[in-house]
Design a binder for this molecule. Structure first.
Ligand code: SAH
Length: 375
């Protein structure tokens, strides 16, 4: 990926912290400045080097000429009455003093969300511009995938959302459930999550970070080998391959048996309870026989089933099931002893299912206040 051709390094890129140390040494600066700057970024919520008030003024100016803190710009900021806030970001932004033009013809946009639930302050972040998985009901992949986000762009979402909180509140949870397939961008995701969990980063424990995946066995195996301790959520959406091939086309090359076997392995290695996700689509995967088949598939596993009523996407021919159909579906699972949770939809009024805002946005900066109708 090419940013503006200014030779500046993106400060939020995990590798840049090493370059910063070298740069400081070359500029006859004491080594502790690196930790000081990091603290300003992750804890102090500084917006710029200029705001780092215990750094000498001349040093602040020199740093601003060599390192770019932000490469994304908030082009829309939506707030819902339930406390959910959603940002639409435009990538590849120039540093504040840049004179050169951007190298992309079309702006690249991604979405990320802050959710408030009791004491919890969770964020939902994206890993790709678009998505290649092709799930038929999802807005994120309607135009395919453009590219993987860099680690720095993933960290940047965390920090932009953190800065929406009042000073006394901290981010408590991260779900990697925004645009894109996280396991298709593991090389950039894992360093970003390291920054999230690091003591001198955001300090969010691994057990409070969830990676949601369509289920890519090879990459799941990699997570097992790396011994990661993140929570894993696998998006099932169907209890058999015939139906899953239709809803989640990437399944044709994989199959449920392989996905469940690797997910079980991850459970064995990490000790983390698995979560399975199931988006309920009216008339497609919400029938009593689907619930029975799903119960048979999951019984005997230490797992949580998260059922999510479909969040309608403009232009797509799918609908949320009726309250009666949802109730029936739940009853069958509960009776079969499945640990099931029906997720409350947050931020409906602000298109909080990722990928939707990007499609509805002309690219103007604005703040939209909206009210939410919980399902
Ligand atoms: N690629 C990852 C992350 C995608 S988004 C994955 O497949 O898990 C996270 C979850 O939101 C997935 O389960 C996805 O299927 C679901 N989702 C996507 N669009 C939705 C919609 N319109 N309504 C409800 N859930 C949706």
């Amino acid at each position: 990926m090419q940013l503006y051709d200014t030779g500046m390094k993106h400060l939020l890129e995990p590798d840049t912290w090493k370059s910063l140390k070298v740069w400081l040494a070359e500029h006859d600066q004491r080594a502790f400045r690196a930790a000081q700057i990091r603290k300003w970024i992750f804890e102090g919520r500084a917006e710029s080097f200029e705001a780092m008030s215990d750094l000498p003024k001349a040093l602040r100016a020199e740093l601003a000429g060599a390192f770019q803190v932000w490469t994304s710009k908030v082009v829309r900021h939506q707030k819902s009455a339930d406390g959910t806030e959603k940002l639409l970001l435009e990538l590849n932004q120039p540093p504040p003093n840049a004179t050169q033009g951007v190298l992309y013809s079309a702006p690249e946009q991604i979405e990320c969300v802050l959710l408030r639930d009791g004491e919890r302050r969770s964020i939902c972040i994206s890993t790709q511009v678009g998505c290649a998985m092709g799930c038929v009901f999802c807005a994120s992949g309607l135009d395919g995938v453009d590219r993987n986000l860099t680690s720095g762009e993933i960290v940047e979402q965390m920090l932009l959302l953190q800065r929406l909180l009042p000073a006394e509140e901290r981010l408590s949870h991260i779900v990697v459930m925004g645009m894109g397939e996280p396991l298709a961008n593991l090389d950039n995701l894992l360093p970003a999550l390291n920054e999230a969990s690091a003591d001198d980063g955001l300090g969010i424990s691994h057990r409070r970070i969830t990676i949601s995946t369509v289920g890519l066995p090879k990459q799941l195996d990699r997570l097992c080998e790396l011994n990661t301790r993140y929570q894993l959520a696998v998006s099932l959406h169907a209890p058999n391959d015939e139906l899953r091939n239709r809803i989640v086309p990437v399944n044709k090359n994989i199959g449920l048996a392989d996905i469940l076997a690797t997910a079980d392995r991850y459970f064995d290695v990490s000790g983390r309870r698995l979560t399975f996700e199931y988006v309920l689509l009216a008339g497609i995967n919400d029938q009593p026989q689907h619930a029975r088949e799903l119960a048979a598939l999951l019984s005997g596993r230490t797992a949580l089933l998260n059922v999510i009523p479909y969040n309608p996407v403009a232009g797509l021919p799918y609908a949320t099931p009726s309250a009666a159909a949802i109730r029936k579906f739940r009853e069958i699972l509960v009776e079969a002893g499945i640990n099931v949770q029906f997720r409350e939809r947050k931020g409906d009024a602000i298109n909080a299912a990722c990928g939707q805002l990007r499609r509805s946005t002309p690219g103007l900066s604005q703040i939209v206040e909206a009210t939410t109708t919980p399902c």
